[in-house]
Ligand binder design. Structure first.
Ligand code: BDR
Ligand code: CA
Length: 312
């Protein structure tokens, strides 16, 4: 089993990701950490516990993390995820409490243990990268417990929050810059599951309506129905869930190594992931001025059908 940690801002599609990570037989979900993003932290935490309850996984430790980005106010996406972040669907909400540790401390503890045992962890951030930036700056030794980072965020092409920027990176660009820089410095292999593939793992309404027989299946169906309604489509992408699919079956994802930087200023481009796709970009990774970009495996194509089947 592959040990994984999810960092989430649950979110309808984070919920799709959580269900898969909690239920897939090849994954060992060690912990879930929460950050403000799609909705405020209290809602994120409640939604996360609710999904894990439905998945029959109250054993997974869940910790509260950063409520707001490092520098700027949180700007939520209630128009995409409903008032409460879970599409305001008719479903009993969890009243459980979280792990007493802060998200950064939970990450630190689980990663240090992984480093000690050698059973390294795949970290799957699906939210603004605030918690992960704080972790890597505060406890860089914890990176020894990481096998890799597979994060949902960024885009080589167009953005969604703005024409330039993808929501997770746009929400906390400084955190994204810290994470990429630290991953480069600490030698943590990193994959960017960005908007170039994010919308391509689609579950149709017909497929979703076939989901029944367990709490997790019922919730999965409601999540797709709600996303489908909000996007006015025949079904919906599982969004963040695709990043979990990519960890389970990396052969369904096409990636290319490119140097990536985060735009931290810019009138209209703040939060953009600058993916250097020039033919000669591999020669530019060592910058004499100390501003080297980090080379990241950028997802360029996905086998959407295969991943949708896996999720179902
Ligand atoms: C990302 O932003 C959020 O709305 C989704 O949960 C996903 O993580 C897509 O840009
Ligand atoms: Ca998310």
């Amino acid at each position: 089993m592959k040990p994984v940690i999810l960092d989430v801002d649950t979110g309808l599609d984070d919920a799709c990701a959580l269900l898969l990570a909690a239920r897939h037989p090849e994954l060992d979900l060690k912990a879930v950490t929460c950050a403000g993003g799609n909705v405020g932290l209290d809602d994120v935490v409640r939604n996360t516990l609710t999904v894990l309850d439905a998945a029959g996984r109250p054993d997974v430790p869940v910790a509260r993390g950063a409520a707001v980005p490092l520098l700027q106010p949180v700007r939520m996406a209630r128009h995409v995820h409903g008032e409460d972040g879970l599409g305001d669907i008719d479903w009993p909400r969890s009243t459980r409490t979280t792990d007493p540790r802060h998200a950064v401390e939970l990450l630190r503890d689980v990663l240090r243990e992984a480093a000690a045992t050698g059973d390294l962890i795949t970290l799957i951030p699906l939210a603004p990268l605030t918690n992960i930036a704080l972790l890597l700056r505060t406890y860089p030794d914890a990176a020894a417990g990481l096998r890799e980072i597979v994060f949902m965020g960024g885009a080589a092409g167009i953005g969604n929050a703005t024409a330039s920027a993808e929501f997770n990176v746009w929400t906390d660009p400084e955190a994204a810059a810290i994470v990429l820089t630290a991953a480069g410095e600490l030698g943590v292999p990193t994959t960017m599951y960005g908007l170039d593939v994010f919308y391509d793992v689609v579950v149709t309404l017909d497929q979703a309506r076939g989901l029944s027989g367990s709490q997790s299946a019922e919730l999965a169906r409601k999540l797709i129905e709600k996303r489908s309604e909000l996007y006015q489509g025949d079904g919906a992408s599982i969004g963040d869930g695709g990043a979990v699919c990519a960890v389970i079956d990396p052969s369904g994802l096409t990636t290319q190594p490119f140097p990536v930087r985060i735009e931290l200023s810019g009138s209209w481009s703040r939060g953009r992931t600058i993916v250097d796709t020039r033919d000669w970009s591999a020669d530019l990774t060592s910058d004499p001025h100390g501003l080297s970009p980090t080379t990241v495996q950028v997802a360029t194509a996905v086998d959407g059908k295969r991943y949708a089947e896996m999720w179902l």
